[in-house]
Design a protein around this ligand. Structure first.
Ligand code: AMP
Ligand code: MG
Length: 534
């Protein structure tokens, strides 16, 4: 038998320093069987090779975080490594153990059921990035599922991670989207009609993928020494500015998680993002958007909208409840950390501060969206409340509305003030005279309020356009890109990635990606509602 030629491993410049697996206890069982994993933070597991990996897209900015060039990303070795087919010698692949509250109920052990961490990179700037393949095969945490991911959900995660980054929203990043060449069976609508779909792997990057659930599972099992070990590790590696771990430092750490989570909620509200599955296992300890599943973007402004079909009844995770749900999730984390602190008062204080912090952030954000210099509660609260009552009254595109509002002339007739807004509404038959009257009234109050600020129009416009994106990953745009890749055509993924690099710029040749949702997409699966099947 001939031996394969000896070649040196690719990407020798990638420097690994795998602190998570070096410093925390591993599952002693090394067989990859589905089970409860106790007294451990992770299980070592290798990605399962795929038959014919093909690169669909990569993010050059994410590659830059690893000091990889575009040529590196286009190499065959890249496709082999980031599909999970080839391990680099310094990688130490593992799946993390975590639990979580799903839809308000404790769900016990969940864990990385199809995500496999490859290790932690230290880049030339000294930044640390954990590499993780999603859809890389089964792990001890796969329960009854296959460890794989389908193209549609992988493409949506890949594009949205990078779009969120360019919008300035804290998020995990996505390096690559690779088709595996292996079909995956999914019952997309849970109606007993499973079908084969193309499988894919996304390589994600984050400072760490640690979630609230990593702590919850240890507290739930009464593994308090290990809970403290993971908390100490997380603080020393991720929050070193807080000082050496102690009960006081755990409190400061929790308060910081509350703050970063509040900031994240403000960002989601600003851009119209709905996560869709805000279970505690999908909450990052760093306040990052994590685990893009059946997420969606508000098209017509409807605070009760949820993209997740599983949530259609209760609407627990709808747009308008996200800040409240984050608070509930933080309370679950507080319960998990309580054994390390032994006092509920400071945790309750941090939770109250979350609400204050969110409210302040939300007010500043709304002032920014409206182009006000600062939020003056006495006048601006009623102005904003009335706006948020008007917006959902008829179907009004949120993204277009705020972009067009910047164009509203202040010194003008009521007619002229309305003019920039005429095409942000979805149903012309809803534009009644009474409704128009109320808008004209609101715009007059808005103009009067802006006159008090006395900023030049161009300055107001620029400030508004810096926080109100023109381009977001509208649900139907992601679906169009999925349809194209299914036909073997990858260029729309590239084009969307490019447009979404500059979401606040006009990009006059890309107007079609800023248009409101076409009617055909109103009820099409993937464009209006998504199932958790992924
Ligand atoms: P999610 O709702 O996607 O956050 O997933 C909840 C849990 O289910 C996590 O532990 C996932 O790793 C796991 N999971 C989801 N899909 C799969 C799959 N296809 N194979 C194995 N585990 C999965
Ligand atoms: Mg998840």
């Amino acid at each position: 038998m001939s031996r394969p030629p000896q070649t040196s491993p690719p990407f020798p410049s990638l420097t690994f320093d795998n602190r998570f697996t070096r410093e925390l206890p591993a599952d002693p069982i090394e067989t990859n069987s589905r089970r409860q994993v106790v007294k451990a933070c992770f299980s070592r597991v290798r990605p399962q090779p795929v038959s014919a990996p093909r690169l669909v897209a990569f993010s050059r900015e994410a590659a830059g975080l690893l000091d990889l060039t575009e040529a590196d990303c286009r190499s065959e070795a890249f496709t082999q490594v980031f599909s999970g087919n080839q391990l680099l010698p310094a990688m130490d692949p593992y799946a993390a153990c975590y639990g979580g509250h799903q839809f308000g109920n404790w769900a016990g052990q969940l864990g990385d059921g199809r995500a496999i961490n490859l290790g932690e990179i230290v880049n030339q700037q000294g930044e640390r990035w954990t590499l993780q393949l999603k859809g890389a095969g089964p792990t001890p945490y796969s329960r009854n599922a296959d460890g794989r991911a389908v193209l549609r959900s992988s493409l949506r995660e890949f594009l949205c991670s990078e779009a969120m980054f360019h919008l300035g929203v804290p998020t995990t990043r996505a390096l690559s989207l690779i088709l595996t060449g292996d079909p995956v069976e999914r019952d997309m609508f849970y109606d007993g009609h499973p079908e084969e779909e193309p499988g894919a792997v996304v390589c994600r990057l984050a400072p760490t993928f640690v979630r609230f659930g990593n702590f919850e599972i240890l507290a739930a099992r009464g593994e308090i020494a290990l809970l403290q070990q993971l908390a100490d590790f997380t603080i020393r590696t991720g929050f070193p500015h807080l000082g050496e771990p102690s009960p006081a430092v755990y409190v400061r750490w929790f308060a910081e998680i509350c703050r970063s989570t509040a900031e994240l909620m403000v960002h989601w509200m600003r851009v119209g993002f709905v996560h869709g599955v805000m279970n505690t296992d999908n909450m990052s300890i760093h306040g990052l958007t994590i685990d893009y599943g059946p997420y969606g973007w508000l098209e017509d402004y409807d605070p009760t909208w949820t993209p997740n079909t599983t949530d259609a009844q209760g609407r627990r995770y709808c747009y308008g409840r996200q800040a409240q749900i984050a608070h509930w999730n933080l309370a679950q984390l507080a319960n998990a950390l309580y054994p390390l602190i032994g006092d509920t008062a400071p945790l309750e204080q941090a939770l109250r501060d979350y609400s204050l912090y969110f409210e302040q952030g939300w007010q500043t954000m709304m002032a920014g969206k409206l182009g006000l210099i600062a939020f003056e509660p006495a006048t601006d609260r009623p102005l904003v409340d009335d706006l948020l009552r008007l917006l959902p009254e008829i179907e009004t595109d949120m993204t277009l509305f705020f972009r067009r509002l910047a164009l509203t002339p202040l010194q003008a007739s009521a007619e002229d003030r309305m003019a920039p807004l005429v095409d942000v509404f979805y149903r012309p038959e809803q534009l009644t005279a009474a409704w128009r009257e109320r808008w004209i009234d609101w715009l007059a109050r808005y103009a009067a309020r802006l006159n008090r600020d006395n900023q030049p129009e161009a300055v107001r416009r620029a400030r508004m356009n810096a926080v109100n994106p023109k381009y977001v990953l509208r649900n139907y745009l992601a679906q169009l890109a999925i349809d194209k890749v299914m036909e073997g055509e990858y260029s729309l993924v590239e084009e969307l990635l490019e447009v979404l690099r500059h979401p606040y710029d006009e990009q006059s040749d890309k107007e079609q990606f800023a248009e409101k949702r076409p009617e055909w997409a109103r009820h099409r699966a993937g464009c209006s509602m998504l199932s958790c099947s992924s």
